[in-house]
Each structure stands twice: as C-alpha cells, then as structure tokens.
Design a protein around this ligand. Structure first.
Ligand code: C2E
Ligand code: MG
Ligand code: MG
Length: 660
C-alpha cells in the first residue's frame, strides 16, 4: 500500500529544487510585470521633464537675452533627441534600466546644452544667479527620476563636476565660489542621500511584493494540490468517486441542455478476488495501479476521464460524436489492460493474464432517460460482459430483453414475488436407469408477471442474482420443494438449483439446516445443483459452505457440466455426488465425433467417482444410448416435462410408461 501511495502522490510532492525553480519563476514574472509599469513611468517622466526644460527658455529670454536664441535651440535639440531615443526604445521594448540610462544621459546633455551657450552671455551678474539652476538637474537625477543609486550618483556627480568646471571659468570671486560651491556640494550630498534612502525603501517594498507574490502562488498551489487530492483516488491516482460524480453531473447537464453525447464505460478487473487471494493484497494494489495507468494512457488523447468506481471497478466517461468512436474506445480500454500482460495464473479459464470486462452505455434520446438509468445500463452491460465469459465488451442494447426496461420491472416484481405468489416451482422427473424408476425430481422455478405472462428463468434468475434477491428466492425454493415433494413422499430426493452467490452468503448452510430441521426432513433427501456455467469464482467461502452442507448429509450435484470453464477444476476441488452432463453434449451425440466426445466426458467423470446424470433426453434413441453408456440417471422431455407438484404423479406414470 505504501509503495502505491507514494506512487500515487509523487506528482504532488514538490522537492526543494523544484520549489526554488518555481520561486525564481515567480520572481522573474514579478519583475517582468513591474518592468512594464516602470517603463510607462519613465516615459511619462521624461516627457514632463522635457516640457519643463523647454519652458525654461522663458527664463533664458529674461536673464540671458543675448544668448537665449542659442540656449533655446540647444533645449529643443536635446529635448527632441531625448524623446526620440526614448520612443524608439519603447517601440523596441527595451528594458527599463536602459531607458533610465537614456534619461540620465539626456539630463546631463540638457544641462550642458543650456550651460555652454548661457556661459557666453554678457549678462554675467544675471548668469551668476542663474547658475543655481544647475541644482535642478542634480535634483532631477536624484529625486525626479527613479534611477538606481549608482546611476543617480554618476549622473548627479557629472552635473556637479560640470558645475565646478563652469564656476571656475565664470567667477573669480572666492566668496561667491565658496557660497555656491558649498551649496552645490550640499545639494549633491542631500539629494544623493535621499535617493539612497528612497532606493532602499523601494527595494524593500519590491522584495515584500515579490515575497507576497510567492506566498500567494504557494497558497494557490497548495489549494490546487488539495483540490486535486480531494478528487483523486489515493492509491491509483485516477479520479475518485467524488470527481467522477461531479463529472457525470456536468456531462449530463451538457447532454440535457446542448445534446452533447457522452458514454459511460464500467470496467471491472476479471477474477480480481482470486488474484488478491493468490498474490496477496500488496500485489493486488499494485495491479490496480497499473491497470489504472494503462486505462488513463489509453484515452490520454481524448476528452475522457478515468476514475475508480469501486474496489476493482473503474469508470471511463467520454464525450463522443459517433457510435464507432465508442466501440473503438471500449476496445482500446480492454486491450490496454490485456497488453499489460500481468500474470494471473489462478483464473483457469484459458487466459493467464489480467483482463477487464467492459460494460458501456451512452446517451440517447429516450423518454424518462435519467443519469441513474445510464449508470444502471452500463452496469447491466458489464454484467452481461462478465456473464458471457469476461475479457469482453458489451454495449447496452435497449432491445435486448436482458437489458431492456423489462429488467427493471422484473427486478421490482422479484421484491414482491414470494408474498404475491408470483413464483412457483415445477418438477421434472429424474429417472434412475439402474431400476427404471423415477425416485428424484428437479425443482425448477417459474415466475409470472402480474398479467400472468411467464418469464423464463434465463431472464429472471440472472436479475435475481444481480439484485441479491436470489438468496430469499433460493431458500424459499428449498423450503417449498421439501414441503411439496418430500413431505408428501412424491419422490425420495428432490434437487434444487442454487447459485454460487447463495453459497457465498454467510449463513446459507445454517438456513438450509433450519429448514430441514423445521420440516423434519433428512439432509440426504435434498440435493443442491450448482451450475458451472455463469459464476466461476469458486473461492474459499463457497468451499466452506459446500463442506458444511455435506456435513448435513445434503447431496451436492454439479449442473450443466461442460458449459463453463471451471468444471474440471471444480471436479478436482469438490466431491460431487452427481454430475449432470449438459444436454448439448447429448444432442451433439448424433454424430460420430459428438458420440466420442460424450463417451470421453463420461469416462473422465466416472474416473473421479460421482454418479452421472445426462440432461435433455428427448428421444428413445437417446435413452438407449444412455443405457448403452451405463449412465446412472437421465432427465429430459422423454422422461417427463417439468410439471407442478399436483400434476407430478401423472408425470411419473407417463415417465414410466415412456420407458416401457
Ligand atoms: P437447469 O438446472 O439445467 O435446468 C434444466 C433446464 O432444461 C430446464 O429449463 C428444463 O426445463 C430444461 N429441460 C429439461 N429437459 C429438457 C429436454 O429434454 N430438452 C430441452 N431442450 N430442455 C430440457 P428451465 O426450467 O428453463 O431452467 C433453466 C435454468 O434456470 C436451469 O437450468 C437452472 O440453471 C435455472 N434455474 C431454474 N430454476 C432455478 C432455481 O430455482 N434456482 C436457480 N438458481 N436457478 C434455477
Ligand atoms: Mg439444474
Ligand atoms: Mg442443467
């Protein structure tokens, strides 16, 4: 379990390396986001700065009118060049840092562009005051733009140096130089200091914002992981029941509103209980994980969901456009598991690998079509797939009597069948060839609909098995057969058919013992027929139940021998009192090959010791053949048709007559 759990969760567990990678990605994304806003701010800042710079042409005209034409020209040239360079960078998507550099260069050029022509003025006194204007450029570098500290320092430092150069050139007066020089230096130091503080603060804010972003991303990832977890089957990693139900509701609402078709595939691992019993639960879990992965891989390129629907049952939900698509996907799913080639030595049906049975239903316009109904239909189809030998696909067919609406009616009817006397038993004589006497009879169940229509056992028995009603019906049949045939002394032995499902139910043997005790009937008068055909799992529960029944003296017969896959292994596992050879072998016995086959089967059973009964004897020739083969008992229309308990006397007389 641990192994599979780890496998299931692996994608959710983030390693440190991957977390660091994702942090770096978040940081990068954050800076990319802030770069955009920074670039926008730089562009706006430079446009404003150039505008103000140009407006200062007016002060040029007032203070240095003789050179104002030159200063204004210089202002226009520098301003336009700076804006041009910036706009080109904007178009080229240049990083904000480079745009800052352009601004810094523009700032220095702007200062030089004004200062150099202004220094040529003859208004030297005015100019000596006007020189203070240079401090604005320094402030611009440190406070107006949001340059990083180094760039601010260099830009404002260059402005300072240019100023000192100009001061040297312009003024001889030492006091003037000291006063203005100190002012400039102070201005440089204060604005640089403020810029440093601002940069630090900005970095802090930026860092917290990145942190917050990372935290937010982590929280989102955790939320997503939690959601994934709550929708994932922890062992196999596919969708769990909850997620499947949600998806089903979604698909159904799409179907009802916009008629988008979807199909439901129920996928059951064949003989999984046997696999678990033999290979152990850990291997069983591992097998389910592999099956889940194979299923997921099979539909990975389609709009489909794979989920775990029960223990060894998976579900696939698929939107489709054509029926062929549904067939194709069903086959893909079946084959994906078969191709895994996971060894399953215990299944004894001629296959030795893990396979799945698939039942499919799909949306179709039909009155009272409901979601529950769709699942029920897939379930029915799955049951039929298993029933017809497993490792196969069955698509729900609304026209199939076993899958039609009648199934639901029959299921509902079975609930009230006993109280409403809708079930009854008929008895078919079994003749012993040793003394030519009918000493036993087989009880066969009959069900009538409320309108009196007879439902054949081939229809209602599988339904009763499926819905679990067979337990009650089976016990009722045993009690009724004992009362009608044994208590009245009509036959010495009555045989009743039982489904392996009944034998698996805990307490079955005890219930039978209670019936026998209550009716005062010896166990030796009752025989139970187990059909080999349908349900093939002969597990330890069944074996234990059979041994309990044998302890009560009850006879165990193997019915329909040769129709299923498990007959031979059952013969080895269980000591049957009688084996009933399926009528198909007798009916094939007309040909030489068929006769040889029948002879071989008889020989095979005889070697193991049980008595042999051949079913389906319909003609005198068949009866003679049975006598020739020294068969112990025969049963069939020639000996007598199944009749009610009241009519049974006549039937026996007929049977005896038929012998003569
Ligand atoms: P089965 O136990 O093998 O019963 C024999 C079936 O063969 C019966 O069909 C019977 O009517 C039919 N049959 C008998 N003689 C001949 C013959 O000479 N020729 C032909 N062609 N058929 C013959 P039925 O009554 O339709 O039962 C079908 C199956 O339903 C039974 O096969 C048995 O597996 C199942 N079944 C019947 N009653 C019960 C029951 O009470 N409990 C359970 N679990 N299964 C039952
Ligand atoms: Mg039978
Ligand atoms: Mg039979």
């Amino acid at each position: 379990m641990k192994h599979s759990l780890a496998q299931g969760f692996e994608p959710d567990l983030q390693t440190d390396a991957s977390r660091n990678r994702s942090d770096a990605a978040v940081r990068q994304q954050f800076f990319a986001d802030t770069d955009v806003t920074r670039r926008r701010a730089i562009r706006r800042g430079l446009w404003v700065a150039v505008l103000i710079y140009l407006l200062f042409s007016l002060t040029d005209i007032l203070l240095v009118p003789d050179v104002s034409i030159h200063t204004t020209f210089a202002r226009v040239v520098v301003g336009i060049a700076a804006l041009l360079a910036l706009e080109l960078q904007v178009r080229a998507g240049t990083r904000a840092d480079f745009m800052d550099l352009t601004c810094a260069v523009a700032l220095v050029c702007g200062y030089l562009g004004w200062l150099l022509p202004a220094m040529m003025t003859s208004y030297t006194t005015n100019m000596s005051y006007y020189m203070v204007f240079g401090a604005i450029f320094m402030m611009g570098a440190n406070l107006f733009f949001t340059f990083n500290f180094a760039l601010s320092l260099v830009a404002s430092g260059v402005v300072l140096c240019i100023y000192f150069g100009a001061l040297n050139y312009l003024h001889e007066d030492i006091y003037y130089r000291i006063a203005f020089g100190t002012f400039y230096l102070a201005c440089f130091s204060f604005t640089s200091y403020v810029n440093w503080r601002l940069n630090r603060e900005r970095a802090r804010v930026l860092l917290s914002a990145v942190e917050a972003k990372i935290r937010q991303r982590e929280a989102e990832e955790r939320g997503e992981a939690l959601l994934r977890l709550s929708n994932t089957d922890p062992m196999t990693g596919v969708a769990n029941r909850r997620a499947v139900d949600a998806q089903l509701r979604l698909l159904w609402s799409d179907w009802t509103t916009s008629k988008r078709n979807f199909a439901v595939f129920l996928i059951d691992v064949d003989f999984f209980k046997k696999y678990n019993d033999y290979y152990g639960h850990q291997e069983g879990d591992r097998c389910l994980v592999q099956v889940a992965r194979a299923l997921q891989l099979a539909v990975s390129d389609r709009d489909a969901l794979i989920g775990r629907y029960g223990g060894e049952e998976f579900i696939a939900l698929l939107r489709f456009n054509t029926r062929q698509e549904v067939d194709k996907v069903a086959e893909l799913l079946r084959r994906a598991v078969e191709d895994l080639c996971l060894a399953h030595e215990r299944r004894r049906d001629g296959t030795s690998v893990i396979t799945v049975s698939v039942g499919v239903s799909f949306t179709r316009p039909a009155p009272e079509h409901k979601l529950e109904r769709l699942i029920y239909e897939a379930d029915r189809a799955l049951y039929l797939a298993k029933e017809s030998g497993r490792n196969r696909i069955k698509l729900f067919d609304p026209d199939d009597p076993l899958t039609s609406d009648d199934t639901e009616n029959v299921a509902a009817l079975l609930d009230i069948a006993i109280q409403q006397n809708l079930v009854s038993l008929v008895y078919q004589p079994i003749r012993s060839l040793a003394n030519d006497r009918v000493q036993a009879a087989e009880a066969l169940m009959r069900l009538r609909l409320l309108d009196g229509t007879l439902v054949p056992p081939s229809i209602f028995i599988p339904i009763a098995e499926r819905i679990g009603k067979i337990t009650d019906l089976g016990l009722w049949a045993i009690r009724t057969a004992c009362q009608q045939m044994l208590q009245t002394g009509k036959v010495q032995v009555v045989s009743v058919n039982v489904s392996p499902i009944q034998l698996k139910r805990p307490g079955f043997a005890t219930s039978v013992a209670a019936i026998l005790g209550e009716l005062g009937i010896g166990g030796g008068q009752l025989a139970l027929e187990i059909t080999e055909g349908l349900e093939m799992d002969m597990d330890s529960d069944v074996l234990r139940c059979i041994s309990d029944l044998r302890m009560l003296g009850i006879k165990i017969w193997l019915d329909d021998f040769g129709t299923g896959f498990a007959g031979l292994s059952w013969l080895r596992l269980i000591e049957f009192d009688t084996v009933k050879i399926d009528k198909s072998f007798l009916h094939d016995g007309t040909s030489l090959r068929g006769k040889a086959m029948l002879k071989d089967i008889i020989g095979l059973i005889r070697n193991r010791g049980p008595k042999i009964l051949v079913e389906g004897v319909e003609t005198v020739e068949q009866l003679h053949l049975m006598q020739q083969f020294k068969i112990d008992h025969v049963q069939g229309y020639f000996v007598g048709r199944p009749v009610s308990a009241e009519a049974f006397e006549v039937s026996r007389a007929n049977g005896v007559k038929g012998m003569r």
